[in-house]
Design a protein around this ligand. Sequence first.
Ligand code: IPD
Ligand code: CA
Ligand code: CA
Length: 265
Amino acid sequence: MNPMLTIAVRAAREAGRIITRNFNRIDRLTISDKGSNDFVSEVDRNAEAVIINLLREKYPHHAILAEESGKQGADDYIWIIDPLDGTTNFLHGFPQFAVSIALKIKGRLEVGVVYDPVSEEMYTACRGEGALLNDKKIRVSGRKGLNGALLGTGLPYRDFRFTDNYMGMLKALIKDSAGVRRPGSAALDFAYVAAGRMDGFWELGLREWDFAAGALLVREAGGLVTDIGGGERYLETGNVIAGNIKVHNAMLKCILPHLDSKLTA
Ligand code: IPD
Ligand code: CA
Ligand code: CA
């Protein structure tokens, strides 16, 4: 196994242990808010510290971009970490959350790990080598279009500037698909698209750590990831569509009439 994937998997498991250990004592956790509807707990912080320590031990010169502690160092190798994606779910005892770790080398996603510590599902990908779930190859679904498709999304909850645009997209996609789900962990949403459990996904306003690993999973599982206008700038804009290629293209058609130029800028 790629040694950098091995260490990312180890770090994700360690973080997962901290998360599950605390899942039956959420009423006793210290929680603070980083902004409106944006919470952080000691679990997010401890899980992040464990991941960073492990990576640092092995790769002291690599840079880090982590949700809770920000940017550290400058290097061609950057680890992008969300120690607990789906914090709101976690804090409500709603078992849909994950650890997400990605490695970018010279601006290109090379390694991605998403770990669901409740179901013990480990999703992994290395560029050019396909995507795996618990060591078994996964593929995006074979659905031919929106007819019968199950889609995932994230509802606006912090930034409401584009809510009307989003509602237009939602209305169009509800009508044309078999259903839309809002599970609450973007990292897992991408992993589900990679595993063919959902046919497509879109969200506005994600941060790089939410879906860097997930985007590589979808691509390596044979899917397509673009920004909300169909371009390449999804990591920068955080406005993203993912899916098998046919579903992605059909979603894009429904989404394009509801775009604001600021969403692709
Ligand atoms: C959030 C989750 C959620 C998505 C939000 C993210 P967090 O991450 O991925 O599904 O809708 O945009 O911020 O804050 O729980 O790590
Ligand atoms: Ca997140
Ligand atoms: Ca998080």
